[in-house]
Design a protein around this ligand. Structure first.
Ligand SMILES: NC(=O)c1ccc[n+]([C@@H]2O[C@H](COP(=O)([O-])OP(=O)(O)OC[C@H]3O[C@@H](n4cnc5c(N)ncnc54)[C@H](O)[C@@H]3O)[C@@H](O)[C@H]2O)c1
Length: 261
């Protein structure tokens, strides 16, 4: 029997493409209501054509790194529902590629602002709606780079370790309200972001893109790409009643890339 999210109300940041949209579609197919936001108007316009648009799918334009815009987004959601069952803090950028001597403080500030501080904006407002619901789930999207070092991507690695620190703290602060918090660490996802990351790394190292791609895929002992849907299915599991006793955990979905060789 497929896992049910019947009538669960779920907020997803940066949900109009990539992992966020794959997750939204899985949640919708399992009966949930999805409230998503994104900065990309083109992607938002595309998903407005979804058959469940304005029925169980509601989408809004919002820059997740702007506290005022996030607060406006929540005001829009509050017009539809006072309670939610889950928040998926999905927003995150790859940040710059380069050795630490080559990076600027702007590179660092921008990556941390989007990948960490924006999660704070969403979480702070979502907690009130989760408490009204008398419990629920916060899923923070970290990365394999939140468990290991990531050469040439120091701001990204720092931001994703921070996401895990916040997740574990939230799980401790919110357990008494039956609000759970977990982090998912995706591996190398087959999608647009990895196309950009591979291109930047190949350019920086002056090697063919195929070689960088092979390196990324072979990081997983299963020697595979991870799909956006693989992450959506783990989000769905954590939000569902099947995950109701899981909190404070860091869960790699990566074909076993986070290991010692
Ligand atoms: N793709 C991977 O290989 C990979 C691996 C590990 C972790 N992750 C993490 O998974 C999450 C999603 O990654 P993805 O690959 O789907 O991302 P992506 O780069 O494909 O972007 C997804 C969406 O984020 C939106 N977005 C970007 N900045 C925004 C902002 N400031 N406000 C609102 N929306 C914004 C984009 O418009 C886009 O629709 C991120 O946190 C990322 O760090 C991804």
């Amino acid at each position: 029997m497929p896992l049910s999210l019947l009538n669960k109300k779920i907020i997803i940041s940066a949900g109009a493409s990539g992992i966020g949209w794959a997750t939204a579609k899985i949640c919708l197919s399992r009966g949930a209501y999805v409230y998503l936001c994104d900065i990309n108007i083109k992607s938002l316009n595309k998903i407005k054509k979804h058959p469940l648009n304005n029925k169980r799918l509601f989408s809004y334009e919002c820059d997740a790194s702007d506290e005022y815009e996030v607060s406006n987004f929540f005001n829009q959601v509050l017009k539809k529902t006072k309670k939610i069952d889950a928040l998926i803090n999905n927003v995150g950028v790859a940040g710059p590629t380069g050795t630490i001597e080559k990076l600027t403080s702007d590179d660092w500030e921008q990556t941390l602002k989007i990948n960490v501080i924006s999660h704070f904006y969403f979480t702070k407002l979502a907690i009130q709606m989760l408490k009204k619901n008398k419990g629920g789930s916060i899923v923070n999207i970290s990365s394999g780079a939140g468990i290991m070092g990531f050469p040439l991507r120091s701001p990204y690695a720092a931001s994703k370790w921070a996401v895990i620190g916040v997740t574990k703290t939230l799980a401790m602060e919110l357990g008494k309200y039956k609000i759970r918090a977990n982090a998912i660490c995706p591996g190398t996802i087959k999608g647009n972001r990895m196309v950009r990351v591979i291109k930047d790394k190949a350019k920086f190292l002056k090697v063919p893109k195929k070689l960088v791609e092979k390196d990324f895929v072979s990081m997983a002992s299963m020697n595979c790409w991870i799909s956006e849907e693989d992450i959506g299915k783990m989000c769905s599991f954590l939000i569902s009643s099947d995950g109701e006793k899981i909190s404070g955990q860091v869960i790699p979905v990566d074909g076993n890339a986070t290991r010692m060789d």
